[in-house]
Design a protein around this ligand. Structure first.
Ligand code: FAD
Length: 294
């Protein structure tokens, strides 16, 4: 029987896209090309990350402000607790609010690598994302997203403690969570079962990371299980970025299809500032451009 590979209903799911702030003019152009290419897919929001240790404070702000000024896409600014006092964070939040930004992705953040990898709160700062959410909400009525870890945050005392922490962040006023990337749909759905059993009703958007560099994914993956079939699939592709990107798009689209079958209707893509692969995945799923210019 001749059946389509991907059976999604056009228009009944949404996407969002994550970018990182560019370091050079060339990267700025690449980012902007990506925003323009992906804009017609009508994302529910586009978010811009905040560098480790707060190193990209100005660049994140400039990128978010440019999206707010020059496109009709709703921007979301990532913000972390690292190396900042509560007053400094309030200033950053005020600037966003004044620039018309209404959505913050509130994170604890990872410390800069020089500090040996352990998070130490600023003496006048926030010690966790839950505290940051409460602080931001008290200052402005932002829409707030937080991080969730289907395979448990590496520093968590236990899976239950990590789930309790997610609940604290949502109880503090966060509206949704976005997950760390994962490649096991079972891990995601087992996590969602626990989330629901804990009485959490906020949306938990799966974070989709298409493999661009398999070695790097394995290094970054923390607790993320890389299924054996994926290791086999990417074997021999380390020096072949072109074929790898095509295969990674097919793998990510299949992951999304299985999530869709399990009821997921919002997908968050880690774009790494490259549009083509994310566009291809969305197209495979049945998403088509809206008449919506960047
Ligand atoms: P928290 O929710 O504060 O949790 C941190 C750890 O502490 C967890 O193990 C938690 O279980 C534990 N914990 C917290 N409170 C308690 C408590 N009261 N008792 C016991 N345990 C507790 N990093 C960046 O630097 N910039 C970014 O832009 C960025 N964007 C991200 C986007 C997404 C979608 C995700 C998933 C992660 C992102 N990160 C980013 C990474 C993130 O900063 C790190 O994973 C960081 O280590 C944890 O941040 P968090 O907000 O989850 O912290």
């Amino acid at each position: 029987e001749d059946r389509p590979l991907f059976v999604t209903i056009p228009g009944d799911f949404r996407v969002s896209f994550e970018f990182f702030p560019p370091k050079t003019e060339k990267m700025e152009q690449q980012l902007w090309d990506a925003v323009v290419e992906l804009a017609p897919l009508d994302p529910s929001f586009v978010s811009v990350t905040y560098g480790a240790g707060g190193s990209t404070r100005e660049r994140t702000h400039a990128t978010v402000a440019r999206i707010a000024n020059e496109t009709r896409l709703p921007p979301a600014a990532h913000l972390t607790c690292v190396a900042a006092s509560k007053d400094e964070i309030a200033e950053v939040a005020d600037r966003y609010w004044e620039a018309g930004v209404r959505h913050v992705v509130a994170l604890r953040g990872d410390p800069p690598p020089e500090t040996g990898g352990k998070f130490v709160p600023h003496p006048d700062g926030y010690a966790s994302a839950a505290e940051l959410v409460a602080g931001l909400k008290a200052r402005h009525p932002f829409e707030i997203s937080v991080a969730a870890y289907p395979e448990v945050h590496p520093e968590a005392l236990s899976a239950q403690a990590d789930l309790d922490n997610l609940k604290r962040k949502l109880d503090a006023g966060a509206d949704r969570a976005i997950t760390q990337f994962f490649y096991s749909t079972d891990a995601y759905f087992r996590f969602i079962d626990k989330v629901l059993a804990a009485g959490i009703t906020a949306p938990i958007l799966p974070g989709i990371m298409p493999v661009t560099n398999f070695a790097a994914i394995r290094r970054m993956s923390g607790n993320t299980e890389i299924p054996g079939w994926m290791v086999n699939l990417f074997d021999g592709l380390d020096a072949l970025p072109g074929p790898r990107a095509h295969i990674a798009a097919a793998v990510a689209a299949d992951l999304c299809r299985r999530l869709y079958q399990g009821g997921v209707r919002d997908f968050h893509f880690y774009t790494l500032n490259r549009a083509d692969q994310t566009y291809a995945i969305c197209h495979l799923l049945g998403l088509r451009p809206k008449d919506h210019a960047a």
